[in-house]
Design a protein around this ligand. Sequence first.
Ligand code: HEC
Length: 148
Amino acid sequence: MYLFGRIYLRGAGVSGCFGVAALLFAATAARAQDTSFGQRIFMEKADCQFCHGPEGDGRGDPRSPGAAANLHKTILNKAQIVETVSCGRPGTEMPHFDKYAYDDDTPCYGMTEKQVGADKPPVPHSTSLTKREIEAVADFVLATFVGK
Ligand code: HEC
């Protein structure tokens, strides 16, 4: 009886391990997928790399306007990165990627178009992004550059 019990337990241990490994694999695969979507946005679709550089260190194309931030050094959290990408940075060359930014019903930093005035950040030279794309590019920036 005792022997059977042990065999049974060892069997459970092994399948438990497989279960955890399978879960970890699934989680890693999902994360890798999310980041590659965000990566395509950073490198191609939104062309963040033109200003921030392909390494995200702020060394973009010499013809890019403004002194783009070194994203390795940012202290912003995800919500703040999403806000910065959506709304841009008033008074700087960091564009707003949400095309509805500063509209009356989607103010940015508490400001509407009228209130931000001439400091309204530029429209992107590439294209505006959806909320989902902005989340994905923020995830990519956090996973790839921030604190690295
Ligand atoms: C036209 C050039 C340009 C493009 C394109 C651009 N940025 Fe920026 N970005 C800037 C500049 C310039 C700043 C610094 C603004 C300042 O001085 O506060 C900045 C700041 C930021 C910051 C704030 C960093 C911090 O710590 O304050 C984040 C995050 C950021 N950019 C992410 C992005 C992402 C993601 C994209 C693409 C979706 C992008 N930027 C596209 C020029 C650009």
